[in-house]
Design a protein around this ligand. Structure first.
Ligand SMILES: [Zn+2]
Length: 123
């Protein structure tokens, strides 16, 4: 990096959008490479990319520069899916730790405990 260092950007609220100058800074710091596939993003040829929160806000990540990274358009759907999966895993662990039981869904099928299958389920 050249020039003087600037203080880290931090969103005033989790909803504060990342300003263009910070996006530009993140892109520079990361050498314009996607954090997932480390491919160089051809932004100069119109390739789209996003400035993503490494730890999603939904998963308790902070809206600040150090939690931002570059994600290319190929990897974004995968990143979002991981965030959602992480969120539901965290939720499951938390509710379990707090003694909140989720609804147990039993799958109707053949019973192995000797209980006869109700007549309405048999052809
Ligand atoms: Zn990528």
């Amino acid at each position: 990096m050249t020039g003087r260092s600037v203080p880290e950007w931090q969103g005033k609220t989790p909803d504060t959008p990342v300003p263009p100058r910070v996006r530009d800074r993140v892109f520079t710091t990361k050498d314009g490479r996607c954090h997932k596939c480390s491919r160089e993003i051809a932004a100069n040829r119109g390739e789209t990319w996003t400035c993503e929160h490494m730890i999603a806000l939904a998963n308790g990540g902070e809206n600040r520069e150090s939690n931002l990274d570059v994600t290319c358009s190929w990897c974004l759907p995968a990143k979002n899916a991981e965030d959602v999966a992480e969120k539901s895993m965290v939720y499951r662990k938390r509710t379990k730790a707090r003694g909140i039981k989720g609804r147990r869904r039993t799958i109707p099928g053949r019973r192995f405990d000797g209980t006869p299958i109700p007549a309405k389920w048999v052809d």
